[in-house]
Design a protein around this ligand. Structure first.
Ligand code: FNR
Length: 188
């Protein structure tokens, strides 16, 4: 099967982020044709359309990395029943300038990880709303709302629960098929 480069975008900037730890665990669980690379959103200046005349280098580099990817994997915390501002900023930066939407057509999946009981459901679906608008075909099933993240990892960042690991492996297998079915290489 053809290899696919997946840009992994984590909506938390925290060093000990459970979403980041989950992303790292997924790198080990992903099936062979997927190659996962973290794409940082930490340094992206806040979107301001006035800056498009001379866009910040961080924007240009981020847009290039997204354009270069065959698929997208989002991991997001839930902040006040929505996505963190840094993640929304990244979506806005990637979607512009007008007519040059870097996200266009890239197959994606969303995982929300929260310390709470409902696994970031609100954030997961707010993110899908924006992805829908920027024309990102987002895998519907399986869904991934991962709650009670506090006990999910040991001190070395290894998943402590076999059933969570099995679920994530199955999720990545489904995502691999989704990407294979929908991947479109963009011609620059
Ligand atoms: C939270 N948290 C949270 N959790 C949740 O399930 N629903 C929510 O609406 C919120 N709201 C919220 C707002 C703000 C400003 C913070 C800082 C936190 C808790 C959140 O799930 C927890 O901090 C996670 O650990 C964040 O994810 P990372 O950083 O571990 O990936």
């Amino acid at each position: 099967m053809e290899n696919h480069k997946i840009a992994v975008i984590v909506g938390s900037l925290r060093k000990e982020s459970y979403n980041l730890k989950t992303a790292k665990a997924l790198m080990k669980l992903a099936p062979e044709p997927l190659s996962l690379e973290l794409v940082s959103i930490a340094e992206l200046p806040m979107f301001n359309e006035d800056l498009e005349e001379t866009p910040p280098l961080e924007w240009l580099s981020f847009r290039e990395k997204i354009r270069d990817a065959d698929g997208l994997l989002f991991l997001t915390p839930e902040y006040n029943r929505s996505i963190p501002g840094v993640l929304k900023n990244a979506i806005d930066v990637g979607s512009r300038p007008y007519g040059q939407n870097s996200w266009d057509g890239k197959p994606a999946a969303v995982i929300s990880v929260s310390i709470g009981a409902i696994g970031g459901f609100g954030a997961n679906h707010h993110l899908r709303q924006s992805l829908f608008f920027v024309n990102v075909p987002t895998m519907a099933q399986p869904e991934a709302y991962i709650g009670f993240a506090t006990g999910m990892f040991d001190d070395n960042g290894i998943l402590t629960n076999d059933s969570t690991e099995d679920f994530l492996r199955d999720f990545m297998t489904a995502f691999g098929k989704w990407v294979a079915a929908h991947a479109v290489k963009q011609i620059a």
